[in-house]
Design a protein around this ligand. Structure first.
Ligand code: ADP
Ligand code: MG
Length: 160
C-alpha cells in the first residue's frame, strides 16, 4: 500500500532527529521509503510557547496495516525520546499518517486521512512537492473529489 507520513521535530537537533527517523523507518520490515520531501521550518500551531518545527513528508510503500504502521511510527517516536506530556507541546519527533492508500479510517485513536492535513501548509506543501497529482479521492463529498492542489488554494496558512 502507498502511504504518506508527516514528520516533525522541534526539540534538540531537529535535523538529526528527522534524519534518524527516516533511517529507522526505512529499516522497519515491511516499509520501503519511496520519497522524502524538502524540509521546511514552521512556527508551532497551538499548545504552549515553544520553538519552531522542522517539517516534511515521506512517501512509503508498506505491507503493514494502517494500525500496524501507526504502532511502528510510535515505536520510532519513543526511540527518539518522545515523551507524551503536554497536548500540542514540543516534541523531539512527531510521525503522523496522512494517507493510507484510499482508506478512510475513523477510530478513536486512528483517523485517516489525517483530519487537519488540508489546512496545514507545512503538510500540504511538502506533500504536493513529492506527489503533485494527488487527488482527493477519499472525500465523501463528490464535489470535493478534485485535485488537492485546488482544494488547498483557500487553505489558511497555519504558520501565521
Ligand atoms: P498530534 O495530534 O499532535 O500528532 P500525538 O502525536 O501525541 O499528537 O498523537 C496523539 C494520538 O493521535 C496518537 O496516540 C494516535 O493514536 C492518534 N492518531 C489519530 N490519527 C492518527 C494518524 N493519522 N496518525 C498518527 N496518529 C494518529
Ligand atoms: Mg502525532
Amino acid at each position: 500500500m502507498r502511504a504518506f507520513v508527516a514528520i516533525g521535530s522541534n526539540i534538540g537537533d531537529r535535523l538529526q532527529n528527522i534524519a534518524k527517523a527516516v533511517k529507522y523507518l526505512g529499516l522497519e520490515p515491511g516499509i520501503t521509503i519511496k520519497k522524502v520531501s524538502s524540509l521546511l521550518e514552521t512556527d508551532p500551531v497551538g499548545g504552549p510557547p515553544q520553538g519552531k518545527f522542522i517539517n516534511g513528508v515521506i512517501k512509503i510503500e508498506t505491507a503493514l496495516s494502517a494500525r500496524e504502521l501507526l504502532k511502528r511510527l510510535q515505536k520510532i517516536e519513543s526511540s527518539l525520546g518522545r515523551a507524551r506530556t503536554v497536548k500540542d507541546g514540543p516534541r523531539t519527533l512527531d510521525l503522523d499518517i496522512l494517507l493510507y492508500g484510499k482508506s478512510i479510517i475513523n477510530e478513536p485513536d486512528l483517523t485517516i486521512p489525517h483530519p487537519r492535513m488540508l489546512e496545514r501548509e507545512f503538510v500540504m506543501k511538502p506533500l504536493l512537492e513529492i506527489e503533485p497529482n494527488i487527488k482527493n479521492k477519499w472525500s465523501s463529498q463528490k464535489k470535493s473529489r478534485k485535485p488537492v492542489r485546488r482544494l488547498i488554494q483557500r487553505a489558511r496558512n497555519t504558520n501565521a
